[in-house]
Design a protein around this ligand. Structure first.
Ligand code: 3EB
Length: 328
């Protein structure tokens, strides 16, 4: 768990966490310290640059901003098989996109994607995967153990092997509505180790009971960055203990999610609340809830940059999920 006192000398040598911002400016790729840029939704352009990623989730705000990650240092980039990557300042961004139709469905695609990422990471000095995002098509189709999210969890665990034997990264897994059955995964890794944080209000995901699937999801609730200057916050929903709370009520779920976020911040010894430097994403299942959810977020998190995206939470009764960053 998190140590409150920290050797100052040790933290001074550790790389500062990439700055994460939402911007309207279209040209962050021109800036040398840009590690990654994300465009959201079908209307966003495509670029060959491995630092650029089109995320298959529609943004409820028009026009949608781009998300930019920037590091201290010059960035290089490349490709290896299906992996596109960039690196600089001690940090690594890597992404992979596989088409389920040629990768053996969602389970096969998850297995292949994680196996390729693991293989690629062996070639890099940024050995510590601190944060992962997974965007999965039709995530709630199928029932019981055949639900696609469960198949994704099976494939992910198989592809990971001992990748995360020393501990899981923080993660998000959200369903997308793109017309192609694409599995998209991207990650942030570092040369230095982070500190995983769990939430005392929630059962750790890897200890979820059998009812949630054969393979427990492998992720930490949060990850304190090596320099302890920021907390990466995993997809957080209205899960209390291991149970979903407030089925069918997006406002009550959002309120419960905010309690989970506050509890996570306190456990990580981060300042309470969110501010203008703490970019978040809210994933909303039903477009018809976006107005109400957006309004509630603006009221409950005034001044906080929150990107409102159309996405499905991996439990079908959950209507809203929040992830993002808390910078100190
Ligand atoms: C939950 O609390 C919600 O499978 O990687 C959140 C974050 C969730 C990550 C994952 C799943 C994942 O269980 C679901």
């Amino acid at each position: 768990m998190v140590q409150a006192s920290e050797n100052l000398q040790a933290t001074l040598d550790l790389p500062r966490t990439p700055r994460v911002t939402y911007r309207m400016t279209p040209s962050p790729l021109a800036e040398a310290e840009t590690l990654a840029v994300f465009g959201f939704g079908a209307g966003t352009p495509d670029h060959d640059d491995p630092r650029w990623l089109r995320v298959p989730l529609e943004c409820f705000d028009a026009p949608a901003p781009v998300e930019v990650w920037q590091v201290d240092g010059t960035v290089i980039c490349g490709r290896q098989h299906n992996v596109r990557w960039s690196a600089g300042g001690g940090w690594l961004f890597a992404s992979i996109e596989l088409d389920e139709r040629v990768a053996g469905g969602i389970e096969g695609a998850a297995r292949q994607a994680y196996a390729e990422l693991r293989q690629f990471m062996r070639t890099r000095d940024e050995r510590y995967v601190l944060r992962i995002w997974n965007y999965v098509a039709d995530i709630n189709i199928g029932d019981g153990d055949t639900e696609r999210y469960k198949q994704f969890c099976d494939g992910r665990a198989a592809g990971c092997g001992d990748f995360f034997a020393d501990g899981f990264p923080a993660a998000t897994a959200i369903g997308h509505h793109h017309r192609e059955p694409i599995l998209q995964i991207y990650l942030l890794a570092c040369m230095d180790v982070g500190t995983a944080v769990e939430n005392p209000r929630q059962v750790s995901a890897w200890r979820y009971p059998r009812q949630y699937g054969r393979t427990s999801p492998g992720f930490a609730r949060g990850m304190l960055m090596p320099a302890r200057d920021a907390l990466a916050i995993s997809g957080t929903a209205a899960v209390v203990g291991h149970a979903s709370a407030h089925a069918g009520n997006p406002e009550a779920q959002l309120e419960e999610t905010l309690l989970n976020l506050e509890s996570l911040l306190a456990t990580a010894d981060m300042p309470a609340g969110f501010d203008t430097h703490s970019p978040l994403k809210a994933y909303v299942r039903h477009a018809t809830d976006a107005g109400r959810v957006g309004e509630m977020i603006r009221r409950r998190l005034p001044g906080v940059p929150v990107l409102l995206l159309h996405g499905d939470v991996c439990r079908r009764e959950l209507l809203v999920e929040i992830d993002g960053w808390r910078f100190k």
